[in-house]
Design a protein. Structure first.
Length: 138
């Protein structure tokens, strides 16, 4: 911002260990206060397996993070073991389709079907949908 670049969105991959820290939201709030970062431009990326480890604790942490104004992305979607019902329950903003479903999307009809289904589901739930591993115009 100081150099006139405007606000840039930043996505931060969280490890399971980081996500399970005591008072994670408080720690992040302190970092935001010190740096002056705008939380509206910060997305925390969590994997399906991370959020499914302790659902009640996850829900509490996610709600605290959302109160700070952060966005939450469910990373590597489709490779974990999540229950689709949790997509409604967890306060997430975005699904990131794992690149294993994107790499061969033009040659593998099964990958294309999975990607299409995830996109349709995410959009119908009001979520942003991002495809990982897109490297060609095709």
């Amino acid at each position: 911002r100081e150099q006139g670049l405007g606000d840039l969105k930043v996505a931060v991959n969280m490890s399971s260990r980081q996500f399970r820290q005591d008072d994670l939201a408080g720690r992040i709030a302190a970092i935001i206060a010190v740096t002056g970062a705008n939380p509206a431009y910060i997305t925390l990326e969590l994997t399906e397996s991370m959020v499914m480890q302790d659902v009640d604790s996850t829900l509490t942490t996610l709600r605290s993070l959302k109160k700070l104004g952060l966005s939450i992305s469910l990373d590597d979607f489709g490779t974990g073991y999540s229950s689709l019902s949790y997509l409604r329950r967890f306060p997430i903003d975005e699904l990131k389709i794992d690149k294993s479903f994107v790499n061969d999307i033009h040659t593998d009809p099964d990958d294309a079907a999975i990607a299409s289904a995830v996109i349709a589901m995410g959009l119908s739930l009001g979520l942003n949908v991002v495809a990982e591993g897109v490297e060609r115009l095709e």
